[in-house]
Write a protein that binds this ligand. Structure first.
Ligand code: BGC
Length: 312
């Protein structure tokens, strides 16, 4: 009898442990980053991984290397592995539907980050959502940074702000909106503008440097302002501005977006006009929190937006 009791007790304890093990199984998160070779996304993914681990998740992060096929394969691999939730920074925003279809077939929710799919694509399934920032806000803030300068961006005093625009990847809504809204802020304030040069630098510092050098060689002293869709390209542009013998704040203005540490220091030292904080900490934490909730079965809202902040 005693033996039987002991056996029953052992069985109950074992069952309890199994239940405990099941209850404590960590949430498996598959994170797809569009490419590792990106200043801003490097900060973002590092914080995202750290925070998810802090929350007890099992995390795997992969590099899409700027290749949508590669990323689609990575999504398939995560699905085959049986992750509980995906966090995806698309290579191409237009591939959202293809990724959503794969995830939906396996009933694995997706939190899209950084590269916003179209509003229509976001309607494809209730278990997908987007966590990011509204790039119109960052564009407007870039324009406001110029409006806040003593001559409102017009060094030559001819009543027109002559500008150069160095764009990110034009397929990305962040690039489109920052390009449009930075200038809109000026024209809305009644300022006349003249676009001297506009080209894509795909978010990269080397390309920012190259394009700014080309624009400076072509338009020289005519240029009042160089707008860059991100800080990476602005850092490149600053190298070319210096090489051309120009001085930010004295004869030219330069603005970016992201508030990389290096750029914030330059802004405070007066070597760059300003930047806009793209809050990778707020965004990565929100993305992780939402991912954990949807992995647990919650239905997300469609959009979670984190504010930008002007830095000057
Ligand atoms: C950032 C860029 C980054 C891009 C990647 C943007 O929001 O401002 O620095 O390269 O996202 O998609």
């Amino acid at each position: 009898m005693k033996k039987l009791l002991a056996l029953v007790l052992v069985a109950i304890m074992a069952l309890g442990m199994v239940q405990l093990a099941v209850a404590e199984a960590p949430i498996k998160v598959g994170v797809c980053i569009y490419k590792y070779d990106d200043n801003f996304m490097t900060l973002y993914r590092t914080e995202l991984e750290r925070y998810l681990k802090e929350k007890g998740c099992e995390v795997t992060v992969v590099d899409g290397k700027g290749d949508q096929n590669e990323q689609t394969n990575q999504v398939n691999a995560f699905i085959a592995e049986g992750v509980d939730v995906l966090i995806v920074n698309l290579v191409q925003s237009t591939s959202a539907n293809a990724i959503t279809d794969l995830a939906k077939a396996a009933n694995i929710p997706v939190v899209y980050i950084n590269r916003e799919p179209s509003a229509e694509d976001m309607q494809a399934w209730e278990k997908i959502c987007y966590v990011g920032a509204d790039a119109r806000q960052s564009g407007t803030m870039q324009g406001n940074l110029i409006l806040d300068t003593p001559n409102k961006g017009d060094f030559k005093g001819d009543g027109v702000v002559d500008y150069v625009m160095i764009m990110g990847d034009p397929e990305n809504i962040d690039a489109q909106y920052r390009t449009e809204y930075s200038i809109k802020a000026l024209t809305d304030a009644g300022i006349k503008v003249n676009k001297l040069f506009e080209q894509r630098g795909d978010w990269a510092q080397e390309k920012g440097q190259e394009l700014a050098a080309t624009a400076l060689a072509q338009f020289g002293d005519q240029i009042d302002v160089i707008f860059c869709n991100n800080d990476g390209m602005a850092l490149g542009a600053l190298q070319s501005i210096k090489a051309a013998g120009r001085t930010v704040g004295k004869d030219i203005y330069l603005v970016g977006v992201d508030a990389l540490d290096e750029v914030v220091e330059l802004v405070h030292a007066g070597e760059m006009t300003g930047t806009v904080l793209n809050d990778h900490i707020g965004q990565s934490h929100k993305a992780a929190d939402v991912a954990i909730e949807v992995a647990g079965g919650a239905i997300p809202e469609k959009n979670y937006t984190v504010d930008y902040v002007m830095v000057k």
